[in-house]
Ligand binder design. Structure first.
Ligand code: TMP
Ligand code: ASP
Length: 257
């Protein structure tokens, strides 16, 4: 269909060359994967929802001065973004014990942590993204101490912002993952939030029922992934409820621009 140059293909997204130097197009696929692709399914409509939810969150972050790679949404599945040099770390912030932390440290899922905890994982599929410390990060040159400080303060700002954003629509932010990149402007470099923030990369529990509204529905074979993502979009006012639903595909309204 298109002759754009494909720069990179990941598990859930594809990056294409953008219309201008320094820009890329980020395409959201329908693929759902877990445990480093050992589990894989195509969930029709997931990419459209993640594109829209992530746009909503990134637009807000840009507005309140949390720097991101996001420029604008182009269509149902694509966003225009700034090209950055991705730092090979997944930065996880946890407010409530769940997932791998519960398993690793034996803390029951749902226990509120004494404070928000930041963890770093080294982005390497062949190693299943191992957890690493600041010592590994500086010794192997993935980021320097100043950059680690910047990553941690960005992560805390994102956590505070997202916690409030989700609280406002009756959702508890249990934990989330972000990726960051170096954005070069002439000789100046700053670190910005990259990738996406969506129910693929967050744990979201309904405040009333504790129902899971995130990718754990897929990881744990609970079913109802698309319905959960749609519910998140709906609470942010991104779904048009008056329009009849066509098949399983979501109907999206309202541009944030
Ligand atoms: P974890 O408990 O499996 O370590 O996950 C912590 C958070 O990070 C959770 O919100 C899901 C998210 N996450 C990703 O976005 N990508 C990943 O590859 C993993 C392992 C977790
Ligand atoms: N994103 C990872 C994968 O695709 C793991 C996960 O999200 O659980 O395997």
């Amino acid at each position: 269909m298109s002759r754009r140059r494909r720069i990179y293909e990941g598990k859930a997204k594809i990056l294409y060359e953008g219309p201008e130097p320094g820009t890329l197009v980020q395409f959201f696929k329908d693929d759902a994967t877990a445990f480093n692709k050992k589990k894989h399914e195509v969930v029709e409509g997931k990419g459209v929802l993640n594109n829209r939810i992530s746009e909503y969150i990134f637009n807000h972050m840009n507005r309140i001065g949390i720097p991101t790679h996001f420029i604008k949404r182009i269509n149902m599945r694509e966003q225009l973004i700034r090209e950055v040099e991705i730092i090979p770390l997944e930065i996880v912030v946890r407010n409530i014990a769940a997932g791998s932390m519960s398993k690793r440290l034996g803390i029951p899922e749902g226990e509120v942590l004494p404070r928000s905890i930041i963890e770093f994982y080294y982005k390497a599929d062949e190693l299943d993204d191992p957890i690493v410390s600041e010592e590994h990060i500086t010794a192997f040159g993935w980021a320097n101490p100043q950059e680690i400080d910047d990553l941690m303060s960005l992560a805390i700002r994102v956590n505070d912002f997202l916690t409030g954003l989700f609280l406002g629509v009756g959702i508890q932010l249990v934990d989330f993952k972000i990726e960051c990149g170096r954005l070069w402007e002439n000789d100046l470099m700053r670190i910005v939030i990259a990738d996406e923030i969506s129910p693929d990369s967050c744990r979201l529990w309904d405040m009333e029922t504790n129902e899971k509204l995130d990718k754990d529905r897929f990881r744990r074979d609970m079913g109802g992934l698309l319905e959960a993502y749609r519910e998140v979009a709906k609470r942010f006012g991104l779904m048009n409820e008056n329009e009849p639903q066509r098949g399983t595909g979501p109907v999206l309204v309202k541009s944030d621009k």
